[in-house]
Design a protein around this ligand. Sequence first.
Ligand code: SF4
Length: 265
Amino acid sequence: MDKTTHIPEALISEVFSSVQGEGPYLGARQIFLRFYGCHRRCVYCDSPETVTAWQPAGFRPPSFRVEWTPGHRDFKEMKNPFTLQKTVDLLRDLNERVGPHHSVALTGGEPLLHAEFLGALLPEIKALGMKSYLETSGDLYTQLELLLPGLDIAAMDIKLPSVTKNEAAWGGHQRFLARCVEAGVEVFAKAIVSADTDLSDLDTACAILRDVAPETLFILQPMTPFGEAQNPPRPEQLLDWQARCLAFIPNVRVIPQTHKFINQL
Ligand code: SF4
């Protein structure tokens, strides 16, 4: 019997092979497995088609697209929901045909809304010779448990409410970071900043990092204008804020999104 039959299926939004455009793994070749669904509503979201609140009630995407040849925009449609076995087969095919890849970026939307599925997928990714790289809003610490200790890298957001125009999740971020550190997962944190960034939000984020794991890399990522979000930070703001954060913790970098410059997915 197929050992994966008891595992729930997942709703996928998009699959493609490209380069990581954010953070310390800039330029690394990855397979991006984008999941449907997100519990948040960040005003700057560049994947609004995955955000549950912005879709009709009960919406389930009937299909998703796979870029068959990296960069060629030759998309194939596949049907949702997608089983674990089909996901593993697709990852294997991409890795063997257009790889090798450093890792699989589990992204969204919020991939942790599919935590049971991910818990079963992580060993399969490892068996394919790739690392698992979770891109997450960084607040769903209960769901994170289902991925530990098999997760390799957690790229967690710290959501600044003055930027997201959404509620804060300070307690969730604190617990999420603590669990990653306790479980030995490589973790770094990123905050999107705009011209609206409130200094008290920055201070709160830095205090969480200082109190839980002060050596954690903290990235200030200037907002990339998208949709209604058209207020990236000014040059002097970014440098002032980096200096302010460095008074709390030693490892703070300013890194913009780069894949958009080179028109990559
Ligand atoms: S957490 Fe990510 S996917 Fe969800 S709304 Fe915010 S930016 Fe979009």
